[in-house]
Write a protein that binds this ligand. Sequence first.
Ligand code: TXA
Ligand code: MG
Length: 346
Amino acid sequence: MKTEFLVIDDLAAQAHDIARAADVIRRGGLVVFPTETVYGLGADATSEAAAKAIYAAKGRPSDNPLIIHVATPADAERYAITNDTYYKLAAQFMPGPLTVILPKKDTVPLAVTGGLDTVAIRCPAHPVAQALIKAAGVGIAAPSANRSGRPSPTLAAHAREDLDGRVDMILDGGAAEVGLESTIVALDGDVGTLLRPGAVTYDALCCVCREVRVAEAVADKLAEDARPLSPGMKYRHYAPRASLTLLDGEKEDVTRFLVQAASDPHVGILCYDEEIPLFGKGARLFPIGAAEDLGAQAHRFFAVLREVDAHPEITALYAHLPPKDGLGLALFNRSIRAAAHTIKKV
Ligand code: TXA
Ligand code: MG
């Protein structure tokens, strides 16, 4: 199929383009659209055929459920059995980078939920996503718009790399601001279980839920035979072609290790911005932001992994192990998955 690529930089003047994209969704087609976390690969959330088309385009196993994107928190009523805690979370964090897992209603085909009786609901903040969902008049089921196993796309160009010729349309709404996928919390009454950390932090969830548990897979390696609470956790994700090792130790010790490792021409380094001057001239550096600026690191993380993949000579990659608090937990979670849990103490 031929993929239409559209830059949306003036929503008010481009209502016609959004209406066309919404029409593609209503007719069962696939539209890549920007959100504030990462780009999504969207289709009609009430259509079994559309869900199957998403899995086919992504090359994704169909037991990995999709998130339904809605325009307002109350639109969740069409697809899920909500509760008070959902609305309290919505009041604090929606629209925004939070996904809530709730019992599903029959309007949602099992093909969307990977056979589960629960459904993931998210209300994205990006104005293009908002406009598209409203114009479609239906929830939009969307995984991240990458081919399965590739880093999530934070630019429309990333989605194009992976999905050109496999989707009807790609809407370019600029760089995704957060850069890491939404926080996922499963609700059981007023008790939450954090399934995937994101920009809405564990502490922020604790301010609303009576209790927040953390799924084991968030910060640890799951046993081979364990059944993860979120099916997506079992897949090897975001893996760059070069094998990534995370370095755990005092910052100065890690820096010293990185500077030495960089003398090998097959080694790439994900360094902090302020470390750049410490390296020799030929070092293959991929700066990810200042050490204290976790927001910048989150914003750059997936784009940097894609940049590394463009250098076939790099076979080994080293990076700092992120902290586990605040937004650090989201970076930690994506990093250990990209590294297939390879952590080295220095
Ligand atoms: O930021 C995001 O959430 C992005 C943008 C596009 O909204 N979407 C995204 O979708 O990251 P995806 O499909 O790449 O990740 C969704 C995750 C998967 O790990 C899946 O297993 C989990 O959500 N999930 C979906 N429905 C679930 C359910 N009913 N129970 C448990 N986990 C679920
Ligand atoms: Mg994904």
